[in-house]
Design a protein around this ligand. Structure first.
Ligand code: BDR
Ligand code: CA
Length: 336
């Protein structure tokens, strides 16, 4: 096992120390990435593929676009990084209950609009993603694998239903999902990944796994402004050029919706946490998922102020050093 991310309290950003109850520990850097690309997923994949992280598998779920496209896009992104060695498994084509909600209005009809790329050089690997998650986690010693989730939590919930013991064997889950002070981006209350499959999210948050959560509150602070996109172009490599093309497409939605200078690179926050956890700070508190209400379905109800006696179950991040985040991202992509 490789352990890169050792964020003891003395390593934390000063703000983090002001948050009572913060609990940071080691996250194993043998990882499984569960994803639904999506341009920001794709950037997260390139960050991971260019880093020293040991990627055991990439498991794919339906989300931003239907499963056939998210699988296609994952294979394409591996090709951009020349990493056809990493196994890619297809998983759930829709949420545990109800119909799939997608986000072509953000990501374009392919999910990865913005840069024309050739078809993948290989096929998806044999096996159903939740089965492979179970096999990998049960086949490794406890605490060796961190699950990185960049999309709806359907594959993870299916794996937990099949083998609840994976909860005790994972080092933890680092996830992009939810929002609290920032509200939602899909409904006023719900962030997209949780909204697509609230039942799955509820099961994952109740499983007793050490969760690090990257909500909109932190991801809306890592904006791909013109200077940062230009830094990708200046790298002079294929991956940098592709990322600049994706962002040029992806950021029009957020510029129009929020009036921000660039788009939030949500999913790369998950991978950046494994590489440099001290970039982030937040608070260890209870998070529950609303699964019933028509008005707030998919809301992450974060007990930030500790006003209930519900046990803390997640490290909820709220702050990020955006300049250092982009420096890490650009530097790592530059190595591809
Ligand atoms: C999340 O939803 C998707 O559109 C992005 O890929 C990210 O995972 C942000 O709400
Ligand atoms: Ca995603």
């Amino acid at each position: 096992m490789v352990v890169l991310a050792d964020a003891c309290h003395h390593d934390l950003a000063p703000d983090a120390l002001a948050f009572p109850g913060a609990r940071w520990g080691k996250m194993a850097t043998s990882i499984i990435i569960d994803t639904d690309p999506g341009q920001d997923d794709a950037v997260a994949l390139l960050l991971a593929l260019g880093s020293p992280l040991d990627i055991l598998a990439i498991t794919v779920v339906a989300g931003n676009v239907p499963l056939d496209l998210t699988v296609h896009n994952t294979l394409v992104v591996c090709d951009v990084a020349n990493r056809s060695d990493v196994p890619v498994y297809a998983g759930a084509g829709g949420p545990l209950e109800g119909v799939l909600v997608t986000a072509e209005y953000v990501h374009g009809p392919t999910g990865l609009d913005g840069y024309e790329l050739p078809d993948p050089t290989r096929h998806v690997s044999d096996g159903f993603a939740p089965d492979r998650i179970v096999e990998l986690v049960m086949g490794h010693p406890p605490g060796e694998i961190t699950l990185c989730t960049l999309g709806p939590l359907t594959n993870v919930a299916l794996a937990l239903r099949q083998e609840p013991a994976i909860a005790g064997r994972l080092a933890g889950i680092v996830m992009m999902g939810g929002g609290f002070f920032e509200g939602g981006n899909t409904t006023p209350a719900a962030e997209f990944n949780i909204f697509v499959d609230p039942m799955a999210a509820a099961e994952v948050f109740r499983a007793g796994i050490d969760i690090v959560m990257m909500p909109l509150d932190v991801t809306h602070k890592v904006l791909s402004n013109a200077a940062r996109v230009d830094a990708f172009k200046q790298l002079g490599n294929h991956a940098g050029e592709v990322i600049a093309g994706w962002i040029d497409f992806f950021d029009r939605y957020d510029r129009e919706k929020y009036g921000t200078d660039g788009a939030p690179l949500h999913d790369p926050c998950v991978i950046a946490y494994l590489l440099e956890p001290e970039l982030f700070s937040g608070r260890f508190c209870n998070v529950e998922i609303e699964t019933e209400s028509a008005l707030t379905r998919g809301m992450t109800v974060v007990d930030w102020w500790g006003v209930t006696d519900r046990a803390p179950n997640a490290q909820v991040m709220r702050e990020v050093d955006a300049d250092r985040f982009f420096a890490l991202l650009t530097r790592t992509v530059g190595m591809l």
